[in-house]
Design a protein around this ligand. Structure first.
Ligand SMILES: C[S@@+](CC[C@H](N)C(=O)[O-])C[C@H]1O[C@@H](n2cnc3c(N)ncnc32)[C@H](O)[C@@H]1O
Length: 209
């Protein structure tokens, strides 16, 4: 093997932020202390895309652990490259609702970010949308007391639907956008086009059942 390839393989082995399959199973909750090598408040970026936001937000809060979840392999690789020097980041290539419902321990998450989830604009595709009553119930269970989920979308119809679902969930309360978050890749594109962006912040108000 040429020297260059060897050092690249070594670098990937040492620095990859992608959680290896040996460190989790699809039928058990994640062992977060083992995965991050420390105990710290957990922030989860659902559908982390190319990892730009994850890199920036993890850099701004080194005292927190950040988990990026993304279903597309290419975007996981891009996130991996972007967060290579960010020791508080881990990445998992998996479907978000499965991870929230079955892999995250109850009460383990301080903050979720769901930024520009795929809107599936055609009516017949609405069943593919991530935010459903069951999804918000799973978010509620995974959140710690007073934990929050930040949701942003450019799609007004999806935004209203999410508002409706949230209104009927009595364990999550509407809250103010009280932090300045770094822009995501998609947010920058929408801002350039002048597209309005709709934000929703939900805070857990009841303990894990
Ligand atoms: C519109 S992009 C937004 C990416 C990033 N959050 C941003 O704002 O730049 C949506 C991302 O979520 C991912 N995604 C969509 N549905 C998903 C799901 N159910 N589970 C995991 N990732 C998903 C897509 O592959 C894509 O990378």
């Amino acid at each position: 093997m040429p020297a260059g390839e060897d050092s690249l393989a070594h670098r990937r082995h040492v620095w990859s932020r992608v959680i290896p399959q040996s460190q989790y199973s699809l039928t058990n909750r994640l062992d977060l202390e083992k995965i991050f090598g420390r105990n710290a408040p957990l922030h989860v970026d659902l559908g982390c895309g190319d990892g730009s936001f994850l890199r920036a937000v993890a850099h701004s809060m080194p005292e927190k652990n950040f988990l990026g979840i993304e279903r597309l392999h290419g975007r996981i690789r891009s996130s991996e490259r972007k967060t290579v020097d960010q020791s508080n980041v881990r990445l998992l290539q998996i479907e978000s609702s499965y991870a929230v419902c079955y892999l995250l321990p109850a009460g383990s998450v301080e903050t979720f970010y769901l930024l520009f989830p795929d809107p599936w604009p055609k009516r017949r595709h609405h069943p593919h949308r991530l935010v459903t009553p069951d999804f918000l119930n799973s978010v509620h269970v995974a959140l710690q007391k007073n934990g929050v989920i930040y949701i942003a979308t450019d799609h007004l119809d999806y935004f209203r639907k999410i508002q409706d679902i949230a209104e009927s969930n009595s364990s999550l309360a509407f809250a103010e956008l009280d932090v300045e978050l770094p822009p995501t890749g998609f947010e920058l594109i929408f801002r350039q086009k002048g597209t309005p962006i709709h934000w929703l912040v939900l805070r857990k108000i009841s303990p894990v059942k």
